[in-house]
Ligand binder design. Structure first.
Ligand code: UD1
Ligand code: UDP
Length: 388
């Protein structure tokens, strides 16, 4: 009789560490119940490697150290994904997990999906079914491919479930709720207690806004990047001071493409921050301006209005609830979104609780994910090996 399952998680980029944290906790809780046990093997592709983009999340979120780091690092899409594919295949062959868990939509996700599918190792995809319907985004290609190769599709929202159904994937779909909501709920109180960033920036008692920009569609297009950076300066000068933890992609790009751009003294460009500082910033901010997928959700979870600096979003429920507005990199749309924010939210805090629960669940996504994985694995066992 099989009394242990081996689950391998594959991560590589910042948002994936944040999604892995609640899964590790749910596995610990599952094992503590007794009965069948899960051996959890964590592989880091090395896609993100700076301390502030990687290790800090393992430390703060108390994620077990990865069992293996493939050390792939940065590179062009094909080269980076190929390195990951090779490394993941080797480790899958060596460790022979019962299932591979992949997260989100990065190149690490796609490499994991392809490696496991070719070896006939089942795949669980966390954050399945998200679609921007824009194939210019590398993430969209990674998502579509990963969903179609996976066996368990953990869909965070009703829209994601609908998207998967439309693609003929309904029978593999599980409504899991959003795993980042688990992370936010678990850490917000801790962030309020521990983070000193707002004081360190001497912004205590002041209203602020928070900005992030890292998407290829914004950073690789100099015109878009310049518009966005100038709009942030303008907002910081006319509305609120803005804290801008800059992604290394954007930081590395700037001296080459916009050597003369300078932040206004009210636009506080800082290094990427750890998760607790980030939560403290979101919690404290009156507005988030971002092209990040995760930050759109986290702002919503913490009742912070958001302006999304992209032409489309996968998180349509945040828009429908009035917590988020799309503005792309269009100066007029950005101005209109800011005017709307100023009128509605500059002086009061919204409450999105009901819409959050309706769209993203109840912060028990990791537990639902583990249940779905164990159910799947037990069902796949030959009759003689089924757990009593
Ligand atoms: C990746 C994901 C994106 C996700 C983002 C989260 C893909 C295709 N993109 O984008 O979906 O939203 O992570 O942050 O997988 N760099 C460093 N240090 C690091 C990591 C990166 O300096 O630790 C710099 C390098 O110059 C690198 C660039 O950032 O070339 C981009 O990194 P990469 O991982 O390729 O893509 P991201 O923009 O981070
Ligand atoms: N984040 C962070 N520090 C930062 C910027 C982002 O902890 O300086 C967190 C953010 O709160 C979210 C995740 O990183 O949980 C999102 O990552 P990112 O925007 O890089 O990627 P995306 O979600 O767009 O894929």
């Amino acid at each position: 009789m099989k009394d242990r399952f081996k689950v391998m998680s594959l991560v590589g980029a910042r948002p994936q560490f944040i999604k892995l944290a609640p899964l590790c906790r749910a596995i610990e809780q599952f094992n503590a119940r007794g009965g069948v046990q899960i051996d959890h093997f964590i592989v880091h592709t090395g896609q993100h490697y700076d301390h502030g983009m990687s290790d800090i999340f393992f430390e703060e979120l108390e994620i077990p150290r990865p069992d293996l780091n493939l050390g792939v690092g940065s590179g062009k899409h094909g080269a980076q994904t190929a390195e990951m594919l090779k490394g993941t295949e080797d480790i899958l062959l060596q460790e022979k997990p019962d299932i591979l868990v992949i997260f989100g939509d990065t190149n690490s996700t796609a490499a994991g999906a392809l490696a496991a599918a070719k070896l006939h190792i089942p795949i669980a995809h966390i954050e399945a079914g998200l679609r921007s319907f824009n194939r210019d985004m590398p993430e969209e290609i990674n998502r579509v491919m990963s969903d179609h190769l996976s066996d368990i599709l953990l869909a965070p929202t009703p829209t994601a479930i609908e998207n998967l159904k439309r693609e003929g994937l309904a029978d593999r779909t599980e409504s899991s709720g959003d795993i980042m909501y688990d992370t936010v709920m678990f850490n917000t109180k801790l962030a309020r207690q521990k983070s000193t960033l707002i004081q360190d920036l001497q912004l205590e008692g002041q209203s602020i806004a928070l900005a992030t920009i890292h998407r290829a569609e914004n950073t690789n297009d100099t015109q878009r990047l310049e518009t966005l950076l100038n709009k942030l300066n303008e907002f910081a000068d006319h509305h609120l001071p803005v804290v801008f933890p800059m992604h290394p992609r954007t930081k590395n790009m700037l001296p080459n493409v916009l050597p003369d751009w300078k932040p206004s003294p009210n636009l506080r460009v800082i290094e990427p921050v750890g998760y607790l500082d980030m939560l403290a910033l979101i919690d404290h901010a009156r507005l988030a301006l971002t092209d990040s997928g995760g930050l759109q959700k986290e702002a919503f979870f913490l009742n912070t209005p958001c302006i999304t600096l992209r032409d489309e979003t996968e998180w349509v429920e945040t828009i429908q609830a009035g917590g988020n507005r799309l503005a792309g990199a269009d100066p007029e749309l950005i101005d209109a979104a800011i005017a709307d924010w100023a009128q509605r939210w500059a002086d009061q805090t919204p409450d999105f609780t009901e819409a959050i629960h309706e769209a993203f669940g109840r912060a028990d996504s990791a537990e639902k994910t583990i249940d779905a994985i164990v159910r799947f694995l037990e069902k796949s066992l030959p009759e003689t090996e089924k757990v009593a």
